[in-house]
Design a protein around this ligand. Structure first.
Ligand code: GLN
Length: 533
């Protein structure tokens, strides 16, 4: 039978529950265990795919084409398990399933209630992930903060799960904040006491507390927390702020958190391997030799989370190239207002990420023109590729009215347009081209040199496609179509002859980059940027 760990959060949101859960998974995987993770999201949306980045941050896409919470990105970056649509459960999905069953008459006349039907469905989902993956440890991150109304059914399900499966098989970890109050020069434990109190009212006694803190916690303080929260003092773990998120598994390992968890489950493992992670990831991330500045020209740059996987991929590429990647976050509308030189002057590389809607597009097109004309390394992702094609058509091929039909329905030259099948789509949720598709790479191209492979699988999330009607015309002027999805003859990768590094892709390589295995497109982008510098 699998062992289960529920991770809850208290006091405030944004304490890093996702990274904490992923780090716990990392140190357990380092002990030779097969680990997987899942995330409960208490909102009513079926998935985050219909939410604005302002509401939700990045939408992370799995190999099987599910639009999920960005924490699944952390999970895949920290451990080897692959996430699927089963690893993210929302209130919307739970109610959807229960209500469809009720409409079919499956409940045979019963009254359908939060307990036991909603909680039952939640528990089934946890078991399903264990069954499908064959994992020995399933870590379940419960979204939201303890005390929220909307996460109550999930916490109740977690409580029942412990009762039904036994203490030896279920463990509860609570992540909390222990704030330092400057004017009093004191570290305060009261919020943690209250948060654990609230959890106990629900019927959950945490076995382990992980305390986010700016300052080191003294033994005395840990003892106090232990006593008031009814948690053994060695299970009060300090999570002090660190320079890189990839250090957190080491912070936990140093406090033998892996051993505490193993002994709770009566598991024995002599195996322990975290040295490579320490040497090849953490040391490189913390002490880089070189420095390079990259502009990310987007529209949601004010939000930390909107381009999460891209920021992390740039960090991974920096780790590989022994460089600190400084990201200049540029709002593309600023380029429209102040001119491209003023905003982008001095950067060694330009990245244009994905996005939706017309706002900010003209600034992105200007940024790409600037990269093309000045031989600045350029990486375009999804919408970034579409803009690169529009720019080339307008400024090199003389097609002045080139555009995407997403932005101009009746564009004179619709370089980017909808496939026939997308015209019929009425529901917006889950109907884009999603998940992994094969892409065949032409030999002798930059893409082939970067990947070193003739066939790759990359993840997608878009509705619009390159319009093949214009392929010949662009090719004649020096654009190379180096990656094609053969089944429908869709353009996946474009690049430019004679430019040191100009490559744009219809997919999202950022979802497959790892700290110890930077994605080739990012890795070579940063390498070229370092050379350009
Ligand atoms: N808006 C574009 C499309 O739907 C690009 C999407 C994206 O960048 N993820 O095709």
């Amino acid at each position: 039978m699998a062992k289960y760990i529920f991770v809850t959060g208290g006091v405030i949101s944004s304490l890093g529950k996702g990274i904490t859960s992923a780090s716990i998974a990392r140190i357990l995987e380092a002990r030779g265990l097969k680990v997987t993770l899942m995330k409960f999201d208490p909102y009513i949306n079926v998935d985050p795919g219909t939410m604005s980045p302002y509401q939700h941050g990045e939408v992370y896409v799995t190999e099987d084409g599910a639009e999920t919470d960005l924490d699944l990105g952390h999970y895949e970056r920290f451990i080897s398990a692959s996430m699927t649509r089963f690893n993210n459960v929302t209130t919307g999905q739970i109610y959807n399933a229960v209500i469809s069953r009720e409409r079919r008459g499956d409940y045979l006349g019963k009254t359908i209630q939060v307990i036991p039907h909603i909680t039952g469905e939640i528990k089934d989902r946890v078991k399903k992930v264990a069954d499908v993956t064959g994992a020995e440890i399933v870590i379940v991150e419960v979204g939201g903060t303890v005390g929220d109304i909307e996460s109550l059914p999930f916490l109740e399900a977690a409580r029942q799960f412990g009762l039904e499966n036994g203490k030896d098989n279920v463990l509860y970890i609570h992540l909390t904040l222990v704030p330092y109050i400057k004017c009093a020069e004191e570290i305060k434990t009261k919020p943690t006491q209250h948060s654990v109190g609230t959890l106990r009212e629900i019927g959950i006694q945490p076995d382990i507390l992980i305390c986010r803190t700016e300052k080191t916690l003294s033994m005395e303080l840990k003892e106090k927390i232990s006593l008031f929260c009814n948690v053994r003092k060695e299970a009060v773990i300090e999570a002090k702020d660190v320079a890189s998120i990839y250090e957190i598994p080491l912070v936990f390992k140093n406090q033998v958190l892996d051993e505490i968890i193993l002994s709770h489950f009566h598991l024995i493992s002599k195996f322990s391997e975290l040295k490579d992670w320490e040497k090849n990831v953490v040391e490189k991330a913390v002490n880089p030799k070189h420095r390079v500045e990259i502009a990310l020209v987007g529209k949601y740059i004010a939000l930390q989370d909107a381009y999460k996987s891209i920021y992390e991929s740039l960090i991974h590429a920096g780790i590989f190239n022994d460089a600190k990647v400084v990201i200049r976050k540029v709002d593309s509308e600023e380029i429209e207002k102040h001119g491209v030189k003023k905003v982008l002057g001095g950067v060694s590389g330009i990245l244009v990420p994905g996005g939706f809607g017309y706002r900010g597009i003209e600034g992105k097109v200007r940024a790409i023109q600037y990269a093309r004309e000045n031989s600045i390394p350029f990486l375009g992702l999804c919408l970034g590729m579409q803009c690169a094609v529009i720019e080339f058509a307008r400024n090199v091929c003389g097609l002045k009215g080139a555009n995407s039909t997403e932005f101009k329905r009746k564009a004179k030259y619709p370089l980017i347009s909808l496939l026939e099948e997308q015209h019929k789509v009425k529901d917006m949720g889950g109907t884009m081209r999603l998940g992994a598709y094969p892409c065949k790479i032409k030999k002798g191209t930059l893409a082939y040199r970067v990947y070193g492979l003739a066939l790759v699988f990359e993840r997608h999330r878009h509705r619009y496609e390159f319009n093949n009607k214009y392929r010949k015309q662009l090719e004649k002027k020096g654009m190379v179509f180096s990656g094609i999805c053969q089944k429908k003859n869709l353009v996946e990768i474009v690049e430019l002859k004679g430019h040191p590094y100009f490559i744009a892709v219809q997919f999202h390589p950022e979802f497959k980059s790892k700290p110890d295995k930077a994605h080739p497109l990012f890795r070579e982008f940063i390498k070229s940027a370092l050379q350009a510098k």
